[in-house]
Ligand binder design. Sequence first.
Ligand code: PMP
Length: 426
Amino acid sequence: MKRTQDAALRARALKVIPNGMYGHESVRMLPDSFPQFFSRAEGAYIWDADGNRYLDFMCAYGPSLLGYRDARVEAAARAQAELGDTLTGPSPLMVELAETLVSMVEHADWAMFCKNGTDATTMAMSSARAQTGKRIVLVAQGAYHGAAPWCTPIRAGTVPEDRAHVRTYGYNDVASLEAGVAAAGDDLAAIFASPFRHDAFIDQEAPDPAYARRARELCDETGAMLIVDEVRAGFRLARGSSWSDLGVQPDLSAWGKCFANGHPISALLGSDRCREGAGAIYATGSFWLSAVPMAAAIETLRIIRETDYIEHSVVLGERLRTGLDAAAAKHGFTLRQTGPVQMPQIMFEGDPDFRVGYGWAEEMLARGIYMHPWHNMFLCAAMTEADIDATLAAADAAFAAVAERRGMLEPHPILVMLAAAQAEHA
Ligand code: PMP
């Protein structure tokens, strides 16, 4: 595969962008062959800067739900763009979008809009503190809630005071949650939870209903707010709140990524229990009220309500999971495939330093399939059975190639560095 444009762009980027790229969209922690820059996308496919095409199992790390450039969503966005986007105040669409989300998400009595997931999770925290007058928030160890100082996984540039009142518990671990609540005394503002455990580098875990229910009870007993971070999983598991089928309703939920199918918008939804707190905080951003993403969101939410996009991606996800297990076994590998099938995490048994996973991802990429070795992936509604079958054919060849190279595979240097740093702190 040709990579000359990507290489040239990276060299230019190194001069004008710190490290050439930042955040988890930097490919520094991916196999060396992964391209950094993409020039276009359509449906389930992305093209890198050199014109190489990939079937994209990352879906922009979540935002592509229906497929890139979905014609229905783009038409709605274009129609609004003809009228105006970022104006002196919100367009009437803001009210319609809030009504739409309130009608779809069971616990929601109100909505506020912002741009990124971090905006929504941070507003959730501030609203909970404003509502309760208390300080401590409990978050699950290792859960990602965004890039702000209170939650970033990388501590550079933060000070301990930024998270002085942020404490951790173990996801699905009722005893540790209870201990965290007890230790907070009468200063507990909120408990954060993800719809399922979707942390990077580890097997994914479904929520234990007993854990979800206990989190609700503890909030009821203490007056704290239960916050579900739906940024990554929202509308991929259900057409409303992800914990509704567990019978657990949060007080606040943070949404982002996919509900405008890639257009930039996120939301904080809440119940009347936290309306006053949400109304008390100062919340705004120059682009938070832009009308084009709201038009895109209203159309995406209509498609969410009216089509079988979830069922379609579940069928494809099951086909992928079963097919990959069989292909792996044929070549002497055992996969650990966890998480909902439409948001799969794929890792290799007996591969603690990820060298086999990296090798396989590299072989898949060379065959036009973009997969991630340590982050959960996403299926989108634009994928077809033929796409999954093409993936399985590529996988068969990729497993064979990795089996051949197995003795020569090395762990990625950055992972080695991280593991060493972790061991030092342990
Ligand atoms: N919460 C979760 C669960 C996420 O997955 C993410 C993004 N990966 C965020 C919050 C932060 O969202 P954003 O990157 O849009 O700020």
